[in-house]
Design a protein around this ligand. Structure first.
Ligand code: PMP
Length: 397
């Protein structure tokens, strides 16, 4: 067709997860792939009532344009909730965005020139790599373990990349590995960010989905120099289809993010902002989250107990204290993509997300992300047994 695309599009590729979700159309497939919240937990009745009330002539303003920063009543409710949970802020510190994903795009747009170095966990959230790609960054990945990003390695990576600009992290129940950054490491990460003048992009969509242990402070609450852009989302605690999230940052940073938001999409949906505000105002969202966590905790416990029982000992997996994922690590030369395509799907109709795509630089083949949230109990147990049986055949020396 002779279309001359911008250079930035060269790094933008189809996502392996999207391909995988297409397989999910087979009703027989037991998919541990998508990290979707459980639709049975959507507050359907409450939202139906709220939307019905909003869509009346007296509430016509909910179908009108509004401020690009977001409805003030929603920003107030978000700020109140964050403050209650230890991240002190006010309505003017909040920008309403279309899910956390937009926060990743806008922050990258704000700070990255082509070739700038972004520090990430290794592995990291694929959606972040997709969001950052058009800004043509280079990556400096940092090792993770059960306590999240290894800050000693971070220090080494910073020494090797003194000009690094952005550090992207999912500190709570990380996607894909399920691990959580310890308090000691949070403090050290902020110290290093200050020393190296980094912008820290703190992505927290799973933060409220904690099933055990106590909440750790957000990086934003530990931020002493206004370097943290804190991004949160209602996707996992209310419903992802509403596309509602927030960014909290220092005034100057937030102002610029707001200008980029205006350029990108003018504003988030007035109707969905009004509905989210009405939900937060009329119902106890914390109780709703607590109820959902009972369901997710049960799923996690069942998945981990089954994995303990059936997986060959040479396969390791993380023990998340919350969130939706555990991360499987197979022996070194195992190819998790090939195993899924050639064996697991055709013979057992079971799928996970092969881990390779979550690595920004060197794609380690021997991992998989497993989500336990979207599968009914009997199929979850059955699917993990089938996975383990085939692994046992495959891993025979
Ligand atoms: N960050 C992480 C780590 C995620 O896992 C997701 C969604 N799965 C998002 C951001 C984006 O979610 P949303 O835009 O729906 O808030």
């Amino acid at each position: 067709m002779g279309i001359s695309y911008a250079r930035r599009i060269a790094g933008v590729r189809p996502s392996a997860i999207r391909e995988l979700l297409r397989l999910g159309d087979d009703p027989e497939l037991i998919s541990f792939g998508g990290g979707y919240p459980d639709p049975a937990l959507f507050p359907m009745g409450e939202l139906a009532e709220i939307y019905q009330k909003l869509l009346t002539p007296a509430n016509a303003r909910t179908l009108q344009y509004t401020e690009s920063r977001g409805l003030v009543e929603l920003r107030e409710l978000i700020a109140d909730r964050l403050t209650r949970n230890g991240t002190a802020c006010g309505a003017d510190d909040v920008l309403v965005i279309q899910g956390g994903q937009q926060g990743l795009d806008l922050t990258a747009k704000l700070v990255l020139d082509a070739g700038d170095v972004v520090i990430t966990e290794n592995p990291t959230f694929l959606g972040a790599l997709i969001a950052f790609a058009p800004y043509e960054p280079q990556y400096a990945p940092v090792r993770i373990d059960d306590d999240g990003m290894d800050v000693d390695h971070l220090e080494e990576v910073l020494a090797a990349n003194p000009g690094a600009k952005l550090l992207y992290t999912v500190p709570d129940f990380q996607n894909p590995a399920g691990v959580t950054l310890s308090l000691e490491r949070r403090l050290r990460l902020i110290e290093l960010a200050n020393r190296h003048q980094l912008v820290v992009l703190e992505d927290t969509p799973y933060r409220d989905l904690r099933y055990e242990g106590s909440h750790l402070p957000t990086l934003k609450s530990l931020d002493t120099q206004g370097r943290v852009v804190h991004v949160g989302s209602f996707s996992k605690i209310l419903a992802p289809g509403v596309r509602m999230g927030w960014a909290v940052a220092a005034p100057d940073v937030l102002e610029k993010l707001g200008l980029l938001k205006l350029a990108a999409d003018t504003q988030s949906s007035t109707l969905n902002m009004a509905a989210t505000a009405a939900y937060l105002g009329q119902y106890d969202v914390d109780q709703h989250v607590a109820d959902g966590n009972v369901v997710y905790r049960h799923k996690r416990d069942l998945a981990l107990a089954t994995l303990d029982e059936v997986l060959p000992k040479s396969v390791r997996f993380t023990r998340p204290e919350g969130g939706l994922f555990t991360w499987l690590s197979f022996p070194d030369r195992f190819d998790a993509t090939r195993f899924m395509q050639e064996t697991l799907i055709p013979r057992a109709k079971v799928a996970y997300v092969p881990g390779a795509t979550f690595f920004p630089l060197v794609q380690e083949p021997n991992h998989a992300r497993l989500s336990y949230s979207g599968v009914p109990d009997d199929r979850l147990v059955d699917g993990l047994h089938r996975l383990a049986d085939l692994l046992r055949e495959e891993l025979v020396e």
